[in-house]
Design a protein around this ligand. Sequence first.
Ligand code: URA
Length: 221
Amino acid sequence: MNGRVVRTLGTKIDPQRDRVHVDGRLVDLRTTKVWVMLHKPQGYLSTCSDPHGRPTVGSLVSGYGARLFPVGRLDMDTEGLLLLTNDGELAYQLTHPKFGIPKTYVAEVEGDPSAAALQRLRRGVELEDGRTSPAEVRPLARGGGRTHIELVLTEGKKRQVRRMLETVGHPVRTLRRVRTGPLALGDLPVGKARELSAEEVAALRRAVGREPETAARTRHD
Ligand code: URA
């Protein structure tokens, strides 16, 4: 980088100023694809800026040497796995319902949903903007008047999990996305971000039916 050999993994670059050569070839930093996983906290908007000055996820992912945009959205009051990237094409495919990328959520709800309520959630419930697609739904733990439920959805209507659970009589207290397609949030702390590995980006490509060898270059190449 800038005539110096860099051996430190995770070294940050400024695409406007730095010149990076790999195997003697100059890398075009403006087209290098960057993928970041963020553990979005509650109270942050899934945007890069807000005219009203509210906290945005953009403020949590600076220093990656690229302008990153969220892949889809989580509600302000939802936390969990949010991907950000400058790879518009793959981001579009990951959010398009046609590709049906599964997203896994853990909701803490009021009360103890009956077997019939869980079955309604699985089959699909009628919302004002249409019926929800079949979903995987599994109670995880019960106690203290609350239940933790895992839901796997392949579509992303606005506030879908909250509205589905409200419809069957169990309002959501907290909601967290723990998985998007092949990627799990794991133990990434709330508010922290990390860059995806080349293997993880390849797994995202496979999830939308794109082969890694035809993939656009990532900064790991
Ligand atoms: N469902 C919701 O209700 N909220 C989200 O942020 C994501 C899915």
